[in-house]
Structures are given as structure tokens and as C-alpha cells.
Design a protein around this ligand. Structure first.
Ligand SMILES: Nc1nc2c(ncn2[C@@H]2O[C@H](COP(=O)(O)OP(=O)(O)OP(=O)(O)O)[C@@H](O)[C@H]2O)c(=O)[nH]1
Ligand SMILES: [Mg+2]
Length: 360
């Protein structure tokens, strides 16, 4: 199947309470009411959520009981969520099969992730799930930001640094979604991302930038250096403002997703192919190396014991004679009576109990 036909997978990631689940619900509603309707295929990966405003196609809660996991493994809430996700990940091949079966008829696959961001972004399961999805479908990260909470420059920056780390970890197309614009428009954020100096001014006006001796505070110099790092990062991403409450901005979001699909095909896919080819080449080289080592070992043995080596030769004529005499190959029929040296399958129960005399 050509990737042009494949659905795009949107993975919603964001800090706790940023509005991931509401965003997924609104995206679902938006796609249902578009013309023609394009209902997405939705996966909920949050085992701890009690109420969802949308109907997921696959729900982690059907597979693992998070409360039971906490009890059984004696874990706290976050350990419980992480373990539940780990258990679910062991079955993820089945999930992918289900998604792939539906791939012809859907345009979008949407994934809602657990509340605590690090459970998904800094766990082996999160990485396995992301890589598995991204190697089979065009995939994009929707990084949900709680805009009203990001008006403080320091909070904005730490949120963006987190986004930056996810971008460099996954290397997937990335859309920063400034959510809750009904409460706080996101124009300030766009301005900070576009103009580094405006952000620095905001930083300076939000806190004291010098200590009692007039030297820049540690925090201030750190933030200034960090914002320089971020300046480079901003060039690699798309950003949109949405309100998951009102539905505002969702058409812009879908446009950004379409552009991300192209980016996936242009940048991620060739990189994936390159990494795969490299892995194949390394494996091939390892195989050749070990074969060469084995042949070298054999050569050493032969020189150290030439008499034995002389006997240990393959004589094609002998083999042919045997075949001529014996006719057919010696096929073992395992259903016949046992004979000395017969292969015994220890994983199978014995057909009958041994008959030797037992001590009384
Ligand atoms: N005003 C407003 N509130 C929103 C918006 N999106 C989400 N919320 C509210 O933000 C709160 C958190 O939303 P959720 O969708 O549960 O956020 P989440 O990221 O899934 O939360 P966890 O999974 O628990 O981390 C809820 O009270 C939502 O009603 C929005 O666009 N505007
Ligand atoms: Mg949620």
C-alpha cells in the first residue's frame, strides 16, 4: 500500500491537565462533522482515566485493570499507570494489526496518552509504542500546551524545553498546539517564539534579573542561554492555537497535520530506511565476522593435527555409493517403538508409564 493512502496517526502528548483528552474528543467531533465525515480510529492509553468524553476504538482499560495492577504489584498511582502501560505494550502488535486492518477506511488514528507526561515520554513502553506506530503509519506529535498557564515566561520556557526534548527523542513531525485559547489567546506565545528579544524582555520584566551586587542571577543567565537553544528549536516546528472547548482552530490543526504528513514522508521515512539499512549492514557484518573467525579456527585445528584432518574429509564418491545402495533417505518415523538414541521430546507427556519394577 502506498503511504499516500495511509491514515495519519496523531499522538496527543502534554503536561497533566493540558487538555489532551478534551482535545481528542474535540478532534473526534470535528472529524465526524466534516464533509465528508472522516471518523478517526481512537486509542486511549490512559489506564487511570475514569470518564472519557469520546468513545475509543481501543481502550487500555479493557486490557489492564489499573487498580488491580497497583494492588498486585504493590505500587503507587504513577507506578501503577506505568506498569499497566508496560503490560499493554506487550500486546501492541495486536493493536497494530487491528489498526492496519482498518487502515484502508480511515484517514486518522488518534492516540490519547496518560495524564503524567513522563509516563509516556520517558518510558520504554512509550518509546516502543511511538516507534511501532511511526514505522507503520505517517505519525505526528501533537504537543498540547495549557496556554493560560504558559503566560509566565519561565513556565512557557520549561514547557518548550520539554517539547524540545520530545522532538529530538522521537524525531517525528511536531505540532505545538496552544490549547484553551478561549481563555487565553496564544498570540503572545507566537510572538515569543518569533522574536527572541521580546521573550527576553518578558523574562526580565517577570523577575529580578540581577542579584544584590548587580550581577545577573544564575536563573537569569540560565534562562537566557536556554532561550537561545529554543530559538533553533522553534524553526523546526509548526504551531497552532485551538480551543478544545469551542472547536476553534481545528481546521488549522488539520492543515498542519497534512503538512506534517509530507514532512514525515520527506524526512522521517528516509531516515527510518537509513537506520534500518544500517542495522541490516551491522548484522550482516557480524555474521560474516563470526563465519570468518570459525573458518580461521578450523584452519588452525587442521594445521595442528594434520593426520586427523586427512581422515576428516568428505568423499563425494562414498556418499554417492551409499545412496545407490540404500535407495531412499533414512526417514525416522517417530510414531514407531523407541530405539537407543532416539530423540525424545521432553515437553510432551510420555505415552505410557515406565514398566520397570519399582521399590515396594
Ligand atoms: N476553557 C477550556 N478548558 C479546557 C480546554 N481543553 C480542556 N479544558 C479543561 O482542562 C481540564 C483538563 O482537561 P483534560 O482533557 O482532562 O486534560 P488531560 O490533559 O487529558 O488531563 P490528564 O489526562 O488528566 O492529564 C478539564 O477541566 C477541561 O475541561 C479548552 O480548550 N478550554
Ligand atoms: Mg486525559
Amino acid at each position: 500500500m502506498s503511504s499516500a493512502k495511509k491514515p495519519v496517526c496523531v499522538i496527543a502528548i502534554g503536561m497533566a491537565g493540558s487538555g489532551k483528552s478534551t482535545f481528542v474528543q474535540r478532534l473526534n467531533a470535528h472529524l465526524h462533522s466534516s464533509s465528508p465525515p472522516a471518523p478517526p480510529y481512537i486509542l486511549n492509553l490512559d489506564p487511570a482515566v475514569t470518564n472519557l468524553a469520546y468513545e475509543p476504538n481501543i481502550d487500555i482499560r479493557d486490557t489492564v485493570d489499573y487498580h488491580e495492577v497497583m494492588k498486585q504489584y504493590n505500587l503507587g498511582p504513577n507506578g501503577g499507570i506505568l506498569t499497566a502501560l508496560n503490560l499493554f505494550t506487550t500486546k501492541f502488535d495486536q493493536v497494530l494489526d487491528l489498526v492496519e486492518k482498518r487502515a484502508e477506511n480511515i484517514d486518522y488514528v488518534v492516540i490519547d496518552t496518560p495524564g503524567q507526561i513522563e509516563i509516556f515520554t520517558w518510558s520504554a513502553s512509550g518509546a516502543i509504542i511511538t516507534d511501532a506506530v511511526a514505522s507503520s503509519l505517517p505519525t505526528v506529535i501533537a504537543y498540547i500546551v495549557d496556554t493560560p498557564r504558559a503566560v509566565a515566561p519561565a513556565t512557557f520556557m520549561s514547557n518548550m524545553l520539554y517539547a524540545c526534548s520530545i522532538l529530538y527523542k522521537t524525531k517525528l513531525p511536531f505540532i505545538v498546539v496552544f490549547n484553551k485559547t478561549d481563555v487565553q489567546p496564544h498570540a503572545f506565545a507566537l510572538e515569543w517564539m518569533r522574536d527572541f528579544e521580546v521573550f527576553q524582555e518578558a523574562l526580565a520584566s517577570h523577575q529580578s534579573t540581577t542579584d544584590d551586587d548587580g550581577a545577573p542571577t544564575y536563573m537569569n543567565s540560565l534562562m537566557n542561554s536556554m532561550s537561545l537553544v529554543l530559538d533553533e528549536f522553534y524553526k523546526h516546528l509548526k504551531s497552532v492555537g485551538v480551543s478544545s472547548m469551542t472547536g476553534d482552530g481545528f481546521s488549522d490543526f488539520l492543515q498542519a497535520v497534512e503538512a506534517s504528513r509530507e514532512e514525515y514522508e520527506r524526512e522521517y521515512l528516509p531516515e527510518l530506511a537509513r537506520v534500518r539499512a544500517q542495522r541490516e549492514a551491522t548484522l550482516q557484518k557480524q555474521k560474516e565476522d563470526s563465519t570468518a573467525r570459525m573458518l580461521a579456527d578450523l584452519a588452525v585445528d587442521r594445521t595442528s593435527d594434520p593426520n586427523f584432518a586427512a581422515q576428516d574429509r568428505w568423499n563425494p564418491e562414498e556418499e554417492e555409493d551409499e545412496e545407490d545402495d540404500g535407495g531412499e533417505l533414512n526417514i525416522i518415523d517417530r510414531s514407531e517403538d523407541p530405539w537407543p538414541g532416539q530423540y525424545i521430546d521432553l515437553t510432551q507427556p510420555r505415552p505410557s508409564e515406565p514398566t520397570w519394577p519399582r521399590p515396594a
